[in-house]
Design a protein around this ligand. Sequence first.
Ligand code: 6PG
Length: 255
Amino acid sequence: MSYSAPRVQVFEDAQSLADAAAGEFVRLARENVARSGRFTVALSGGSTPKRLYRTLAGEDYRSRVAWGRVHFFWGDERDVPADHPDSNFGAARDLLLAPLDIPSDNVHPMMGGSGDAAEAATEYEEELRRIFGLVGKRSLPRFDLVLLGLGADGHTASLFPGSGALTEDERLVMATWVERLHSFRITLTCPVFNHAACILFLVAGAEKAETLRDVLERPAEPSRIPAQLIRPSAGELSWYVDRAAASLLSNLNRR
Ligand code: 6PG
């Protein structure tokens, strides 16, 4: 199976990275709405995408997308309720979905904090199968865009080093216990991520420099660096990084 090499773009700072990511979001939204009438995007969690959410909801971008055609999903979720400060859904709701008045039918959150992460994962898988019209056990949803971040320990979404989720090749969604965090997470699995049409990693900050270099320039060690597992089989993979995160990359990647 051939993989296209990742495209790495380096931006001066976190805001210019967010502006570029907003531009790419608009481009893909317009292209997919024109082609299929909708745009399906899986949002990432953590703090990095919050700047992108604010930018998309801001004056410069909000009028450039047919938001009623955009369907929002999540790549992973913490096992907390929507109003918990750690909720990935809660952050997107407050910074992007509410300011843009996105119709609730277009918002498909994972149910964190339900008390049964495994059941929440099963329910999310059933929702994906329904919305994407999947038939057959082995069929996969193809997101038009997946946003991902990178943890300093090499995780992405909730695919953490040494986790059993890294080798899951049947389930679309699963609950995973993260010992370091002493909590459950709900995450899409690698087959789903790698079936996406476009994957965009957003990475900012000097604290990610060593890990970013390991992901992009060190030999494959996916159990230690799960982000290396993200290699779309028939899609684009792009890394939007700021200069601080890119500081240890070779010149080849540091354009
Ligand atoms: C999460 C994310 C996670 C995140 C990285 C980077 O739920 O935390 O999905 O994979 O993208 O941990 O997080 P920051 O952007 O906060 O550095």
